[in-house]
Design a protein around this ligand. Sequence first.
Ligand code: ATP
Length: 318
Amino acid sequence: MVLLNVKNVRLNYITTRGIVKALDNVSFSLDEGETIAIVGETGSGKSTLAKVITRSWEENARVIGGEVIFEGVNILGLSEEEFRRSYRWVKIAMVPQGSMNSLNPVLRVVDQMIEPLLLRGIPRIDAIKIAGDALESVGLSKDVLTKYPHQLSGGMKQRVIIAMAIQSRPKLVVLDEPTSALDVMTQANIMNLLKRLRSKFKLSYIFITHDLALASELADKVLVLYAGKVAEFGSADVIYSEPKHPYTQGLMSSVPTLREDKKLSFIPGEVPSLINPPSGCRFHPRCPFAMDICRREEPPLVTLENGHVVACWLYVKG
Ligand SMILES: Nc1ncnc2c1ncn2[C@@H]1O[C@H](COP(=O)(O)OP(=O)(O)OP(=O)(O)O)[C@@H](O)[C@H]1O
């Protein structure tokens, strides 16, 4: 069953330097219980896409097209009040980038955790019970409720944030770089926790990362974004074993593996300015296979087999 269908989303940021075309016709879908990893270099639009799905974009953002259909409802068409009442934290939760550092230092964990529950009219006593149970399901003791953030380690703070995200039993959790500020051991523990929670509560995840090795641990599907556009989308198995887009191929060959002794490469150049993106395919200035048409015309999304799509002229027949 399809849970989320993102269709042709376009978003601009209005800045004093010009209009940043941060998302351009981005589409993908996610089934119930599935995890999708959104990958790409810094500035490719990953966080912006997360903000569209959770309706938490900044004031200077303008969604200029597209739909985000969650359980059959276009959530971009709802009023803020409807979204807040029935979706935010209820069905769709988010662990924003750097959120463990956004815990309020002067409030005890309990007060931060129950706030969204109280806002929904849940009585205080029930809210405290829900928060305590959520802490236990992320491997923390209920005692953490009475602590202040500075009394917790980084890994514990991240667990509190994850507990807040799952305490209302959402269907979808959007995780933006949930382990990036943690050491390697803590990172591994959090990844294991996310796997356990996914099967226990039948969650779907959108997992945003620039770390492809990390993405491979969790993802059923992978969406590769480049400069605000979909470069490639498909099942994780296929994207990891047979990446088609030259950008995805470049990303893959820059990932170290323990099993193979392969030579690491990197993609020369950097993600272009999205105020004045390159003509044609936005990747052409960095692409080793760029042809004339790539400089002139945007590539269409070519469907290969089993829902695998790639936006590249190399795969356009005829
Ligand atoms: N509020 C904003 N105002 C103007 N431009 C913005 C704003 N937020 C993001 N951008 C720009 O939009 C583009 C996409 O940014 P975004 O943060 O979505 O990328 P990202 O792939 O998540 O990067 P990172 O991995 O660094 O988080 C970038 O060019 C960025 O500079």
